[in-house]
Design a protein around this ligand. Sequence first.
Ligand code: ADP
Length: 321
Amino acid sequence: MTSELFSVLDVLPYGVVITTRQGEENYRNQFAADLFSHIDVSLVTDEMRRLASVSYPESELVLPGPPERTIAIRLYSLGDCNALFLFEDVSEARRLDRVRSDFIANLSHELRTPVGAITILAEAINETNDSESHTRLGRRILKEALRLGDSIEGLLHLSWLESGQAQRFADVDVHKLFSLAVDSTVEIAKKHRVQIAIACPAGIKIEGDEKQLVSALINLIDNAVKYSDPGSQVAVKASELAADLVEMTVSDTGVGIPEEDIDRVFERFYRVDAARSRKTGGTGLGLSIVRHVVSNHKGMISVTSEPGVETTFKIVLPRTV
Ligand code: ADP
């Protein structure tokens, strides 16, 4: 029974360490052993010592990375003068907390900025009788209202994608998806003087929601164009990875994404450079929409970038959902 108990402790997704009251370690399970082999153990042992002397023996320890990890530690007293320390890796939960609170802060900012601008512009209209100023201010109000409308549309689109409602899965031709997406981005490509090159063998088909997949590709191509220099080229490619997988990539040779931002660009409203994105006119929701579309199709999305050299977004989709 004892060995079974140890086996059970070893498969737990928690670290378990048992010490004497004096702090001498008697046991550590597999999770704790793995954890301790990857971190500065003195940070943890100091914290364990501290917990043994406080009345509320629970804390979180942020261990420097990379990757940074947050470990929750709790001390339980065992009747026979021993102490049990329970360790839980709460890094992902804390990351999600941060994403959520950043989202609320960004959302408030996104909505408040145009509303604030519209209020000031409307007040300015009220204070002048000059018709030329009315036209100029009216145009700016329209621009801000359109921006607000885009953010709200983007949010509604996201929540519609999240709800998974009204998905229409059917056989779709990847070449057709590319053509539809490129048709919708021709104007912006012309404006930025960027060429879009498609490379897609005929006959690749996947099961998917055409409207969603086209909107994902439009977002990726639109970004590739927006963040590229005039005269450059955006490449949109598809290939069959295996009998049951299709890969689609959108590459550009523009500004790129710094390493420290790359994991966060799929978050709602996350922008590498807010001022630049405002100038290029994005809502900050495009990549979140893409990620949701990909996840609705049980696919994977990834991005690699070397700033100033090349950025590639890669989507891998199963042929059948
Ligand atoms: P936005 O509407 O601001 O473009 P997205 O969600 O589409 O929002 O993208 C999030 C951020 O990721 C952008 O603000 C930009 O900083 C970065 N980004 C996305 N695609 C590219 C790209 N192809 N090249 C460089 N940066 C990009």
